[in-house]
Write a protein that binds this ligand. Structure first.
Ligand SMILES: Nc1ncnc2c1ncn2[C@@H]1O[C@H](COP(=O)(O)OP(=O)(O)OP(=O)(O)O)[C@@H](O)[C@H]1O
Ligand SMILES: [Mg+2]
Length: 227
């Protein structure tokens, strides 16, 4: 944890130097749907008429590979950038002609804590995907504490959930004690990973399961960005 005085010295790109909003997707836990959230939120926002870019800061490049598989025609356009986490603030200057940038981050946040703090400070809104297992809940709440300590607006997003389990209900009750919770959760749906392998998002395929949920999450995020 850092004091407010120390964090105030961390440099960020002044928001006057950019003309788009930044949504940061971050969690210290692996496999909790960060990349799936980034790409599906990007598709939902673009379907809503926003000019959207994604940025992949994960050396595993899962988001970049997804973007590379997007069909050349017949799908909504999304701009894509990739950068190393240590160069992310500089890379923001390369993003032009969009309304929204969605940034996907790697799991190993502790290794790059100062870079992550810069990104958190640069973001307009932060989504913290989390599952409903005990391990997920324990790892994510200190991270939300840090984001809140930095004075930034953020919400947990329950993802890959099974709504019929008691642990899902318990997770909601636990998370609202330590942060905001996105009112729409993302269930575990085959379509999310099956369409992901084709470079698609669920909101752009009419019969796909999960499209309604990701569109709802986008509407929530849009409202947070506007208010
Ligand atoms: N809502 C969902 N329904 C079904 N499968 C999902 C869902 N969300 C994510 N997955 C699958 O779960 C796995 C992990 O998801 P994802 O890669 O988005 O997580 P991540 O947090 O980015 O992981 P990493 O920490 O490795 O970057 C992937 O195989 C993905 O396809
Ligand atoms: Mg990922």
């Amino acid at each position: 944890m850092v004091s407010r005085n120390r964090t105030a010295k961390i440099q960020t790109l002044p928001s006057s130097e950019r003309h788009y909003k930044i949504v940061l997707i971050t969690s210290p836990k692996g496999g909790v749907s960060k990349t799936s959230t980034a790409r599906n939120l990007a598709v939902a926002a673009a379907m809503d008429g926003a000019r959207v870019a994604t940025m992949d800061l994960d050396p595993q490049a899962t988001l970049t590979r997804w973007w590379g598989k997007r069909p050349e025609e017949g799908v909504i356009q999304i701009q894509h950038h990739s950068a190393s986490i240590i160069d992310a603030i500089n890379a923001l200057k390369e993003v032009k002609d969009v309304d929204l940038l969605i940034i996907d981050t790697p799991t190993s946040v502790e290794e790059y804590i100062d870079d992550m703090k810069r990104l958190i400070l640069a973001a307009d809104f932060i989504l913290v995907p989390v599952g409903h297992t005990g391990d997920d809940l324990e790892s994510v709440q200190p991270w939300m504490g840090l984001i809140r300590q930095l004075g930034k607006r953020a919400a947990y997003l329950l993802a890959k959930v099974n709504r019929r389990t008691s642990s899902f209900i318990q997770a909601k009750h636990e998370l609202v004690e330590t942060g905001e919770l996105c009112p729409i959760e993302i269930p575990s749906f085959e379509d999310v990973h099956v369409l992901g392998r084709k470079g698609l998002g669920v909101a752009e395929v009419s019969s796909a399961k999960g499209g309604t949920e990701f569109t709802g999450v986008w509407k929530y995020v849009r409202h947070q960005l506007e208010s």
